[in-house]
Design a protein around this ligand. Structure first.
Ligand code: UTP
Length: 272
């Protein structure tokens, strides 16, 4: 039922400057795979094969990664290195990738709105690739969508003093780990946050979000905030927040990036 995913990937990634001057943040590798690789794998595991990217200047490496490189493939053909390209080649063969450029970086909400031509009138997933997730969170959310048929945000309990980095929800628990959203605040002050349930980079959105985003005025930080449009959707109808089962690494921060690197090195590489 959810066939499409949108990857907003136009941000400047200033926390990783100077690397992100010419390398998209989404292409920074966790050991040997760029962040988008993990996100696309998660989509495929959830049955999503139509993937749209909202990109910007200096992001062409994303397109090159998601296309064959015949010269390289010829070079390593028949060698043990061939298997290193197996997974990405499977992505290239099974998925379709489309791209649109966000001309001005006016925030996540604006990036999602920029993706409208790639999504059309369909419910869709949003993946922020710098949140690297383990445990097929999108698959869990797709299942939940079948039941509730409304927008869903993935949430995680974060330490109280970190709520100011996130969108934070207030909600009523209607099932185990499933909350009906009553309020939502973008990057609240620590002592004014409605809870410590923070929204992370996985969403399922119904397409009426586009009209709501068109009406959304710049909010926190002068950016068009997805949270503001979602709150309107919650007030007019219903939005679910889902405390996912799994692990998340905030690879948009240096700390999280290093933690993820160590985790995947231990899991997939050490001693192999
Ligand atoms: P972030 O808040 O992490 O911003 O954006 P950023 O620019 O990527 O990184 P820093 O904070 O400068 O280090 C969250 C997500 O929204 C996308 C980003 O690419 C990232 O995936 N985004 C944000 C856009 O696509 N467009 C925007 O205008 C803003």
């Amino acid at each position: 039922m959810i066939k499409k995913a949108l990857f907003p990937a136009a941000g400047y990634g200033t926390r990783f400057l100077p690397a992100t001057k010419s390398v998209p943040k989404e292409m920074l590798p966790i050991v040997n795979k760029p962040l988008i690789h993990y996100g696309i794998k998660e989509c495929m595991n959830a049955g999503i094969f139509e993937i749209g990217f909202v990109t910007g200047r200096s992001k062409r490496a994303i397109e090159d990664y998601l296309d064959h490189n015949p010269e390289l493939e010829f070079q390593i053909e028949g060698s043990s290195k061939e298997k290193l390209l197996e997974e990405v080649n499977e992505m290239i063969d099974k998925c379709t990738f489309t791209y649109v450029r966000q001309k001005k970086m006016l925030g996540l909400g604006h990036a999602v709105l920029t993706g409208e031509p790639l999504i059309g009138d369909n419910p869709f997933a949003v993946v922020l690739a710098d949140d690297l997730c383990e445990g097929d969170i999108l698959s869990q959310m797709v299942k939940l969508y079948k039941k509730y048929k409304c927008s869903i945000v993935a949430i995680e309990e974060v330490p109280k003093n970190e709520v100011n980095k996130y969108g934070v929800i207030k909600g009523k628990e209607i099932d185990n780990g499933v909350f009906m959203v009553e309020d939502m605040v973008e990057k609240p002050e620590v002592n004014k946050a409605p809870s410590n349930l923070a929204i992370i980079g996985r969403y399922i959105l119904t397409p009426d979000i586009f009209d709501l985003l068109k009406e959304t005025k710049p909010g926190k930080g002068g950016e068009i905030q997805l949270t503001d449009a979602l709150l309107k959707q919650a007030k007019d109808g219903m939005v679910i927040a889902y405390k996912f089962k799994g692990k998340r690494f905030d690879c948009g921060s240096v700390d999280g990036f290093i933690k993820a690197t160590n985790y995947f090195y231990e899991k997939d590489f050490k001693g192999k």
